[in-house]
Structure formats: C-alpha cells, structure tokens
Design a protein around this ligand. Structure first.
Ligand SMILES: Cc1ncc(COP(=O)(O)O)c(C=O)c1O
Length: 412
C-alpha cells in the first residue's frame, strides 16, 4: 500500500489542493483497511480493559505561580501498546516512569512519532473539562495514518484520557488561566533498522500542569519573517502533527531570537505567502483595500497549515459573533507584501497567533526585507480588540462559564 502512495503523490505535484485530495484518498483507505482488519481480528482500544497501578510516592505540587510550561509532570501516565498481530493491547495507567526501548526502535531512526497537545480545565464546580477532544483525536489519527502508525477508536481514547485526567485532577489549579496540558504521543517501537511500516507501536499520554501563557497580561510579540527556510510545502506533511516537523524549525527560531525577535513567521514560495507563526496559526484583521470592509483573514488548510483546534474555534466564533457586526471572515492565501501595503495604508488593524498554549498571542510588528511592518497596536497597547475578545470567548467555553458543546465534562 505504501509503495503505491509515492508515485501517485508525485503525479499530482502541480496542484497542491488536488495533491491533497489524492493523498487523503489512499490514506483514508489505508486506515479504513487497518480498522477493518482490527474489527475482523485485531483488537481496538477497549477502555473496559484498563488496569490502574497507583503511585506509592505522590509528588508534591509545585506552587501555581512557579509552573513553567512542560517542566513538571503528574504522578501517572497512560500507556497502550499495539502490535500488528494483536492490535491494541489493554491500556494501563501506571506511575510516571522512563520508557525502556531497544536502541534499534524505529522511532529513533526514521522519526515514527506523532503527538497532540490538548488541555484539561477545572470549572467553578470542580468538574474536569476537556476542550473539543474529538478534534485532537481526529488529528492524531490523521497524523498516525500518514506515517504508517496505527489508528484508534476516538471515543475509546477520549474515555481513557478522561479517566487519566480525573486521576490527576489534584494537579489542576482551579484558578482561571491554569490547566493540565495533556500530551498524547505515539511512537513506532519495532526493533529494526529496515525502513518499513512499524510492526509495533506505543501510544502514551503524559500530563503537565501549566499556568497562563501571559501571567501578567498580554505582551505583544515581534516576529521575523523567515524567507530562507520553509516549514511545510504542498504534498508535504505540514498539516500533520509529526515530531519530524518541529526539530527543523528550531534553528530559524534561534536565528530570529539572536536578532531580538520572539518568534519567526513562516513564509512560503516566491510570492511569500504568510503561513504560520512559530507553532501557531496566524490571523490578521485588515480593512479591504477596495471596499473598506473589515476582514479577519487566515491562510486556508491547503496541506501546508496545521489544522489548529484554536484556529477552528477562532473562525467559528468570528462567524458567530463578528460577522453580524459587519466583519468578513476569510480563509485565503495572502502575502507578506499585502500585509506590508495594508500597514503602510493604515488598513492593518491587528495580527495574532492562535494555538492551545497561549489561545491568542498578539503581534506588534514583523521584520521583513529590512522593514518593520507595524501590525496596528498603539505603543501602549499589548493586544488588539479582536485578540482580547477571542481570548474571553474561548476561555468562557474552556472553563465551562458558557454552556457549550465544545466543552466536554469528564464523568467523575
Ligand atoms: C505548527 C502549529 N500550528 C498551529 C498550532 C495550533 O494548533 P492548536 O490550536 O490545535 O493548538 C500548533 C500547535 O501546537 C502547531 O504546532
């Protein structure tokens, strides 16, 4: 099956949208085949088979104001092994511990790894809530299928993650802005130097309590537009959450930092299309040059952009709440030159990144071709109106202040 994919992909390299359609097609049939096989003889994830071994040495809680993103972990972890012959084996919650892997495991050599980033929140009644967990599970299945790792039953996995999040709830501070960051990870574990589909895999989830991204209020960031390296390309895997997409992005980030910028802005192609900012989706609020209408603009999901859960939430909320105020909500390609022209003409109202970690991250300016493109904030302002409103709207649903289907209350 995999051998068939490469030539078909290559045939369509002229058109990125067509290419995407062609890639998704065989991949879907690949994962359906895997699932069909699993329903015929192989076991899918079965939450009723979960075993739990509690730690005998519970960790001391780090004071909420000392939490650093991704540095402290909870007492336990959730693990599920998969083999090509048996499917998903019974899930286990165990004390948080090191993995023991053969040095020849394929994850170390050919980057068979994908992951997710999602959060559990504590609401004012003490309930644990997940935010749109099906979106993360859907995306994880797309990522794993793309690198020939197994897919899984999404509802079963959400049930297991819920049990795990419930067990770790003492680590979730009740204060607004705090949450438990959950990191589902899947790796190929087969011991082989041969390049091929892994015959065994491990899906595990670890959890890290996190505080607000901007503890003392928003701080608008400065970006450097990167024109010498690309993050993703048509027909590539930029829309999948593969570990292999992240390591190559660090050097351009370090280079931007040495020149005094917080993050880099990924451009694509000779046209210099604006794609993503660091590890966030990019949004700009702009006045249309011809009509003067206000537009909230983001790049389309053309295969080079990660399908951010926050991006989707921002778009839905904008359609629900900003469109009735006269805003046009637009997913289309736009260039750095367009942004620079809009800034010079006073039409660039604000810009922000969107992602699970920060929700929204306001942008003050972008360094591009020796110019500093001003993104519309006044000197004393750290966030624009749309970014501020989006953060409030999204948090209201994450913390359950607003009853909404996006918020999944974990059964106690
Ligand atoms: C490259 C990239 N883009 C966008 C996002 C935002 O996605 P989400 O809103 O699902 O966190 C992420 C998140 O980690 C990312 O790594």
């Amino acid at each position: 099956m995999l051998r068939q994919l490469a030539p078909r992909g290559l045939l369509y390299k002229q058109s990125s949208s067509r290419l995407l359609a062609v890639w998704e097609q065989p991949l879907r049939s690949y994962s359906i085949k895997a699932n069909t096989a699993s329903s015929a003889k192989l076991q899918d994830i079965d939450p009723s088979k979960l075993s739990i071994t509690r730690t005998t040495t519970p960790k001391e809680l780090v004071p909420a104001n000392e939490l650093v993103f991704g540095k402290t972990f909870t007492d336990h972890m959730l693990s599920i092994e998969w083999t090509a012959s048996d499917g998903w084996l019974p899930a286990r919650i165990t004390p948080y511990q090191n993995l023991s892997l053969d040095p020849a495991s394929c994850v170390f050599h050919y980057a068979f790894e994908c992951f997710e980033g999602m959060k559990a929140y504590k609401d004012s009644n003490g309930n644990v809530r997940l935010f749109r967990p099906t979106k993360n599970m859907e995306r994880m299945n797309k990522s794993s299928a793309r690198i020939a790792l197994p897919t899984f039953d999404q509802a079963a996995m959400i049930q297991l993650i819920s049990t795990f999040a419930n067990m770790e709830q003492r680590f979730i501070p009740s204060t607004r802005g705090y949450s438990l960051y959950l990191r589902p990870t899947m790796i190929g574990t087969q011991r082989t130097l041969g390049v091929g589909p892994p015959g065994s895999a491990l899906l595990y989830v670890i959890a890290s309590p996190v505080g607000p991204y901007y503890p003392t209020g928003f701080k608008a960031i400065s970006l450097e537009a990167t024109d010498y390296a690309v993050r993703a390309w048509p027909g590539g895997v930029g829309d999948k959450k593969l570990g292999a997409n992240y390591a190559p992005c660090i050097l351009p980030q370090i280079q931007a930092a040495t020149r005094g910028f917080h993050q880099n802005l990924w451009l694509f192609g000779e046209e210099e299309y604006v794609t993503e900012v660091g590890t966030m989706n990019m949004f700009v609020a702009i006045k249309n040059k011809k009509t003067g209408q206000k537009e909230l603009l983001t790049a389309p999901l053309d295969g080079t952009i990660l399908e951010g859960v926050t991006r989707d939430s921002v778009l839905s909320l904008a359609r629900e709440k900003l469109a009735p105020e006269g805003w046009n909500i637009v997913e289309r390609k736009y260039t750095m030159k367009e942004l620079s022209d809009a800034a010079k003409e006073g039409r660039l109202l604000e810009a922000f990144g969107a992602g699970t970690a920060a929700i929204v991250s306001p942008i003050r300016n972008i360094s591009w071709k020796g110019d500093l493109v001003d993104c519309g904030l006044r000197p004393e302002e750290e966030a624009g109106e749309i970014a501020l409103r989006m953060k409030d709207w999204i948090e209201a649903r994450q913390y359950g202040d607003e009853k909404h289907e996006w918020s999944y209350v974990v059964p106690q």
